[in-house]
Design a protein around this ligand. Structure first.
Ligand code: OAA
Ligand code: MG
Length: 223
């Protein structure tokens, strides 16, 4: 099986990125159902919010040769999404790969597996998401299998090169730009209204009265 190399995706509209960056990402959880990664795939390093364009790399369980190659091709705003073929034992990313990505302007990495060098990774500051940590790493075996920028699976979600990757301490969402753009106005409006909602709660208004839930429950329970 050969190694497959596809082109890098088109750039993402900077205005969309700028508006998404202002959003509290879990607000999207009120509007979307698809694209949320398995919550066990969590942030292990990099406290800042993650937002960028997916570059996908599929490697085999034990061999990260293609990832090392791809690390020299990524650019500003990229998020490297690494499909390890389901492996959760061999870490393909640690201090060196994280520095390689950060040095080229990449804004994050997502490993559908484990990563290593956790203390050094935290010092790099690049947001990294993984299922966990491991001392056992991948090697440069040069196995003739793997793909760059073809669809991969990450956290149970299908990821295409060019999808947007949004992450914070709550988890990860991967979606095409259009799907996010379609709900962004409403989500930003929700965020803007939230301080007033919370202030009303402290003024003594019940949550169900403010959201309409109490009226629904009364109707549903009426005989
Ligand atoms: O080098 C690798 O393939 C994994 C690693 O330990 C690092 O990135 O520091
Ligand atoms: Mg290392």
């Amino acid at each position: 099986m050969p190694v497959t190399l596809h082109d890098f995706p088109a750039p993402v509209d900077p205005a969309l990125l700028e508006r998404l960056a202002r959003l509290d990402f879990p607000t999207l959880g009120h509007y979307l159902e698809e694209g949320f990664c398995d919550p066990r795939l969590h942030r292990v390093a990099g406290e800042r919010k993650l937002i960028g364009r997916a570059v996908t790399v599929r490697i085999t369980a034990t061999d990260s040769t293609l990832l090392h190659h791809a690390a020299g091709l990524v650019g500003p705003g990229d998020v490297v999404v690494i499909d390890c073929g389901g492996d959760r034992r061999h870490a393909p990313l640690g201090e060196v790969v994280a520095n390689a990505l950060a040095a080229r302007g990449a804004v994050g990495a997502v490993v559908d597996g484990v990563c290593t060098d956790i203390d050094a990774l935290r010092a790099v500051g690049l947001p990294v998401y993984a299922y966990g940590l491991s001392m056992l790493t991948t090697k440069l075996h040069g196995i003739a299998d793997g793909a760059l920028n073809t669809p991969v699976t990450c956290g149970g979600v299908s990821v295409r090169a060019g999808d947007l990757v949004l992450g914070d301490g709550n988890g990860l969402l991967v979606a095409p730009a259009g799907r996010l753009a379609a709900v962004l106005d409403e989500a930003l409006a929700d965020d803007a209204e939230e301080p007033e909602l919370i202030a009303d709660l402290w003024r003594g208004r019940p949550l169900g009265a403010l959201t309409g839930a109490t009226e629904v429950v009364e109707r549903l329970s009426a005989h």
